[in-house]
Design a binder for this molecule. Sequence first.
Ligand SMILES: [Zn+2]
Length: 205
Amino acid sequence: MAKKTVLSNYEETEICRLCRSGLGTIDVGSLFNVSPTPIVRILEKNNIKRRKSSVSYDEESFWNNVELCEPNRCWKWRGGFRSSGYGHTSRYRKDESAHRLAWEFWNNKKIPKGMFACHKCDNPACCNPNHIFIGTPKENSEDMVRKNRQVSGERHWCSKLTKEQVSKIKEMRNNGETLTAIGKIFGITHGMVGHIASGRNWKNI
Ligand SMILES: [Zn+2]
């Protein structure tokens, strides 16, 4: 179930009551199906000391970098961006895509290896977990075809591949996908995939 971002007065009062009685923000969050960040804000507003031990600093600081708004709107990433338009941040000194972390924090599980976090809204800066779905490389490419971003052929591969597609190609290659399989998905030859993956072309992505 998707987590709520807007809370009623009754819910706010109940959250304050439970946190005053000593429950941690994550526990209270799961009772009300809310991520910890709005709860921390409510506690600050009401001058209630929260129990530090059960707060995931990691998740809290992550959501502080996201413009949380209505559940159906795009939630823009406020941190750094890659040239592909995707937000990114470092976690445990590892570079991570913001939208992937958003999905993982919200659903409290890891994205399976080799799978993609795809945007329903086609907005790479968006971190609204309701706009993100997990797809296989095949589903990801089918999704791109639906959005008319598929390349038409080798002749146009250079001008027609979007930056986003190029970074996807690199990502798939890093995940161990074969040149041929990637080529089929994007409608380019395996040689072209090799060029892109090795950085001979599109160096800036
Ligand atoms: Zn969105």
